[in-house]
Write a protein that binds this ligand. Structure first.
Ligand code: HEC
Length: 118
């Protein structure tokens, strides 16, 4: 009984803070934006118009998760805009995987790292 109470308390504490959410953006970057040497990251495959429906759905989920996070620095409104652009571009790709121009713009590494990466 005591043990479950303690667990519940821990869940409440960590759930309320961002203790578990700190690495969300980092994880997404490592998983989808940067691939190991010699491999193309998912964002590149999708930028080339070669994303499968599954790839595109994976990115959409990732960007929706990223939009709920706070970047290391920069204005919240700018972060919201950049994530909204990514989400809108991916939704467009769901209709036509070859319609990559908006995604290429939205996924620009430097344009987002400069204002938001510490
Ligand atoms: C919409 C914003 C945004 C875009 C677009 C973006 N990044 Fe990032 N990236 C970030 C932020 C914010 C961080 C810092 C995350 C942190 O450490 O909390 C980051 C961190 C990273 C990291 C470090 C991850 C780690 O912790 O080891 C890599 C690698 C990376 N990005 C690669 C890329 C590449 C490659 C692209 C372009 C194809 C890209 N990112 C596009 C926002 C973005």
């Amino acid at each position: 009984m005591k043990y479950t109470t303690l667990l519940a308390a821990l869940v409440a504490v960590f759930g309320a803070s961002s203790a578990f959410a700190d690495g969300v953006i980092s994880d997404i970057m490592k998983k989808y934006h940067k691939a190991p040497e010699g491999q193309d990251p998912l964002c590149k495959k999708v930028s080339n118009g070669e994303g499968s429906a599954g790839d595109i759905a994976t990115l959409l989920k990732a960007y929706e998760a990223m939009a709920k996070e706070k970047p290391e620095k920069g204005l919240a409104t700018s972060w919201e805009q950049k994530n909204a652009a990514l989400i809108a571009a991916v939704k467009k790709l769901q209709k036509d995987p070859k319609d990559t121009s908006d995604y290429k713009k939205a996924v620009n590494c430097k344009a987002c790292h400069e204002p938001h990466k510490g």
